[in-house]
Design a protein around this ligand. Structure first.
Ligand code: FPP
Ligand code: MG
Length: 313
């Protein structure tokens, strides 16, 4: 995997060096070296390896999904007005919103240019649909008002679109370039979808419990941004009338009180229930690939990324 990661970084650096704008280059290298986990390109390479596909196209696909992901982060940090990610300043914080948006757009176009060179319309189409879904997920998150009756379903729809769709596309594209059978492609696609759902649920759970020191992001950022994520939804569902009133105010009137929110989350064990929910997706992901002979490398990766052992599943 180490070799593949180096090859991906080299591919990205070599291709981007020709961009003759220093600010743009600086932003891209700031992102690539920001300490992100590179989960999506790793997924591509692990699946290709599992299916014994070692051709150059896997590096192109992996580099493309990393650029698409970085494009979304550039836009996401503008939308969320975030000033730190992975413990370092965001691009919008250093270079401003306008350049961040444009460099995000640029990365998206470069990623698709690379994908096109693989000369496989299915791959282009899969990553195109995933990108389309990411944007729709963000639009839905931005425009859906808090409604107690639909908040849970909305949450799962949003995370499927904004996160799981790209995980799923990475697995599907990797399976296709590796020459997997239709059934294998389908199972790996579902593996990715369920992995992505668990990934976002855990990310949202950590948003409430991790501090700036441990996560590199402000604690309770989603809460302050008015995003009703699973811990809040669970506490709301299990809360009494007064507590529900509190959550309603948080998400409709932007009246925020993080320590009170954390009290209710603790009272109703909403962190543990969130982990249980993530666990359901982990189990489905695992079962989707149970028939693959050398699946262990993929399952180890799933566990490592989701910190499954630390989360006392
Ligand atoms: C992070 O989620 C954000 C995403 C997973 C998707 C962001 C997508 C867009 C902004 C649409 C733009 C799309 C393209 C193709 C350019 P989060 O905000 O919950 O996580 P965080 O805590 O890491 O910010
Ligand atoms: Mg965000």
């Amino acid at each position: 995997m180490c070799g593949d990661l180096l090859a991906i970084e080299k591919f990205i650096s070599n291709s981007l060096i020709s961009i003759n704008n220093q600010n743009v280059q600086d932003i891209i290298f700031h992102l690539i070296r920001s300490g992100g986990k590179k989960v999506r390109p790793k997924l591509v390479c692990i699946i290709c390896k599992m299916l014994n596909y070692l051709e150059e196209d896997r590096i192109k696909v992996a580099a493309s999904v990393e650029l698409i992901h970085n494009a979304t982060l550039l836009h996401d940090d503008v939308l969320d007005e975030s000033d730190a990610r992975h413990g370092i300043k965001t691009a919008n914080n250093i270079w401003g919103n306008k350049l961040s948006i444009l460099v995000g757009d640029l990365l998206l176009t470069i990623a698709f240019r690379w994908l096109i060179t693989c000369q496989n319309l299915r791959i282009v189409s899969i990553l195109f649909e995933a990108s389309h879904s990411l944007v729709n997920g963000e639009i839905m998150q931005l425009t859906t008002n808090f409604n107690p009756d639909t908040v849970r379903q909305n949450y799962f729809d949003i995370i499927q679109k904004k996160t799981a769709s790209l995980f799923s596309a990475c697995c599907e594209a990797a399976a296709i370039i590796s020459g997997a059978t239709g059934n294998e492609v389908d199972r790996l696609k579902k593996f990715g979808l369920n992995f992505g759902m668990a990934f976002q649920i855990i990310d949202d759970m950590l948003d409430y419990i991790a501090t700036q020191d441990t996560s590199g992001k402000k604690q309770g950022k989603d809460f302050f941004d008015g995003k009703p994520t699973l811990p809040a939804i669970i506490a709301y569902e299990r809360g009494n009338k007064e507590e529900r009133e509190f959550w309603n105010k948080c998400f409709t009137l932007n009246e925020h009180n993080l320590s009170q929110a954390l009290n209710y989350i603790k009272k109703h064990d909403a962190i543990r229930f969130s982990i249980e929910e993530a666990k359901l997706y982990v189990n489905v992901a695992q079962s989707e690939i149970s028939d693959f002979s050398n699946k262990d490398i993929l399952i180890d990766f799933l566990y490592k990324v989701l910190h499954v052992k630390d989360l006392t599943f």
